[in-house]
Design a protein around this ligand. Structure first.
Ligand code: GRF
Length: 215
């Protein structure tokens, strides 16, 4: 069974979706640890309640990005993860860190990349007037919110949407696509090869279009 380490900074609802999928027998992974750079990340308590080893490494206690990333990598590597899963981890990672985990570092971003990298994606989508929005799971490269796309889910932007209603619609899809992407990896059906995603999956498994429950 593959070992994964999950990195969080906040509430950890994507982490929770991964734990729930594992508990339901839908995700054959060992969640070896959950690591946060913030002591007040709500997800730390959720993980501990689920019996998962948790660690907190305060980025403010380090001289610079490289020093923090080195300590973070040291903590992660004691669990010998096959995959490191960024789930709302709000830190820009140094090139060296990203290279160290090449092909085994994934992220979820709340937009249809390459549109809207960075923060405030839902408000920016509303401001631009896009009709379709969504989320993306991708392998991480040194460029922020960039990298070969593994799976995306699209949702409609509805008349009268606020940032909160749109975020909620997207989050619901995040909780489906992230376990799916990690499942593919766990089953040995997903890998990064020459900078491109190689996926052995059917259209039905991979094609997440406009979320069907939204009318
Ligand atoms: C999610 O919207 C994710 O896409 C983004 O940060 C948010 C984290 O939410 N990277 P949660 O902590 O998983 O609830």
């Amino acid at each position: 069974m593959k070992n994964i380490v999950i990195l969080i900074s906040g509430r950890g609802s994507n982490m929770e979706a991964l734990i729930a999928a594992r508990d339901a027998g839908d995700l054959p992974v060992n969640i070896a640890a959950v690591i946060s750079n913030r002591p007040d990340a709500g997800g730390l308590e959720t993980a501990a309640r689920a019996g998962i080893v948790t660690h907190f490494i305060n980025h403010q206690g380090f001289a610079g990005r490289e020093a923090f990333d080195a300590a973070l990598a040291e903590c992660i590597d004691q669990f010998a993860p096959d995959l490191v899963v960024l789930a709302g981890f709000m830190r820009i990672l140094s090139d060296g860190f990203v290279r160290h985990y090449e092909g085994r570092l994934v992220n979820i971003h709340p937009s249809l990349l390459p549109s809207f990298p960075g923060l405030h994606t839902h408000q920016r989508a509303l401001d631009e007037g896009v009709r379709i929005h969504g989320c993306t799971v991708h392998f991480v490269t040194p460029t922020l919110d960039h990298g070969p796309v593994i799976i995306q889910a699209a949702v409609p932007v509805l008349d009268g949407d606020s940032e909160a209603t749109l975020a909620a619609r997207v989050l619901c899809q995040e909780h489906k696509v992230y376990p799916q992407a990690v499942r593919w990896f766990a089953e040995g059906r997903l890998r990064l090869e020459g900078g491109r995603v190689r996926l052995d999956a059917t259209m039905a498994e991979g094609a997440v279009l406009i979320s069907p429950e939204v009318h």
